[in-house]
Design a protein around this ligand. Sequence first.
Ligand SMILES: NC(=O)c1ccc[n+]([C@@H]2O[C@H](COP(=O)([O-])OP(=O)(O)OC[C@H]3O[C@@H](n4cnc5c(N)ncnc54)[C@H](O)[C@@H]3O)[C@@H](O)[C@H]2O)c1
Length: 365
Amino acid sequence: MTSTPTSSPVDVFETGDEHEQVVFANDPASGLRAIIAIHSTALGPALGGTRFYPYSSTADAVRDVLNLSRGMSYKAALAGLDLGGGKAVIIGDPATAKSEALLRAYGRFVQSLHGRYYTACDVGTYSADMDHIARECDYVTGRTVAHGGAGDSSVLTAYGVFQGMRAAAEAVWGQPTLAGRTVGVAGVGKVGHHLVRHLVEDGAEVVVTDVHRPAVERVVAEHPGVRAVADTDALVTSRLDVYAPCALGGALTDEVVETLSAVIVCGAANNQLAHPGVEKQLEEREILYAPDYCVNSGGLIQVADELQGFSFERAHQRASGIFETTRSVFAAARRDQVPPAVAADRLAEGRMRDVGRLRGIWLDR
Ligand SMILES: NC(=O)c1ccc[n+]([C@@H]2O[C@H](COP(=O)([O-])OP(=O)(O)OC[C@H]3O[C@@H](n4cnc5c(N)ncnc54)[C@H](O)[C@@H]3O)[C@@H](O)[C@H]2O)c1
C-alpha cells in the first residue's frame, strides 16, 4: 500500500476497481472540494479520517483517497472491528481555506451518505473541526472530549505501536520488552512523543529526530536521557536495535533498508513501504517489519469506541490486543513463509471474506 503522487490523469474506475463508491462534493461558495471514497463495507460502515491537504491536482487527490480508504479496510479488519474502510480528502490548504461554512458544507455531504461513511480526523483536521462537522452530520467521530468525543487519537495510537513493538521484541529476542535496547524514533509529533514516554518507562535507550526543532526540544526536556540527532539519515545510519518511523509515509526506501542496523522496524507512520517489494528486501536483511496498519490501529480503535459512547478504559483494553494481533501476524508469516506484510494482508482479507459473508444470512433487521 504505497502512494505515488503524480499529476497524470487517473481513471477512477480502473484505479479504484475494488472500491464500492466514490463521491465528489462541490460547494463553490465555501470553496469546498472534497472526495469521499468507500473501499469496503463488508464488515460494517466505512470509517476513516478526512485529510485536508493542498493537492497539486484532482488526480493526486483521487489517487490518495483511493489508496488511503483501501488501507482503512485492512486496518479495521485486522483490528477486529465491525467497520469497513473509507477515507475523505478536502482539496486546499487548511491554514487558509478552512472555515466553519466549508466544514459544515462538508458535513452535509457526509450526512447525505446516511451512515455508509463515518468521518474522523486526519492530516490537516482536528477534533474541533469534527465538532463543526457534527453540527450538520450524525456520522462523525473523533470529536472533542467536551462534545462527548474520544479526543486526540494519538494517545492510543502510540500505546498500540508500543504493544506491537513488544511483540516484535519477543519474536526477535525472546522477551516482550525494549529494556536495554536502542530505539530510534523519527518524528516526535503527536504520536512519536507519546511513544517515547512508553519506551523510556520500559527502560529503552531512545534516540529521536524531527524536522521541527521545538518538537525535539519538548521531548528532550521531558526525558533528559533521550538523545537527539540532526536528521533521519543520521538516525537510520546510527546503531539501533529498533527503528520507529513516526513521521511521513514512504520511510522504508531501498537505501534505508540497505543501511539500517536495526533488526526491527515498528512505527506509527502509514504506508511505510516506499514501493511494493521492500517487504522482501527487509526479510532478506533479516529485519523484522511489524506492518504499519497492524501496529498503528490504536487511534482507529479509540475513535471507533466513540460510536458506542466513549470509554477510554474499554478502548485502552482493546488497543492492548495489538500485542496479540502482531504476534499472530508474525506466527502466520513464519507458518506460510511470507513476509509479515503479506501475512497481515491475508489475515485482513480472510476476516473481510469470512465475517463479511455472514451478512448473506438474512435477518429481519
Ligand atoms: N495520530 C494518529 O492517531 C495516527 C494514527 C495512525 C497513523 N498515524 C500516522 O503516524 C504518523 C505521525 O502522526 P502524528 O499524528 O504524530 O503526526 P504529527 O504531524 O503530529 O507528527 C509528525 C512529526 O513528524 C515530523 N516530520 C515530518 N517530516 C519529517 C522528516 N522528514 N523527518 C523527521 N521528522 C519529520 C513533523 O515535524 C512532526 O513533528 C503519520 O504518518 C500518521 O499518518 C497517526
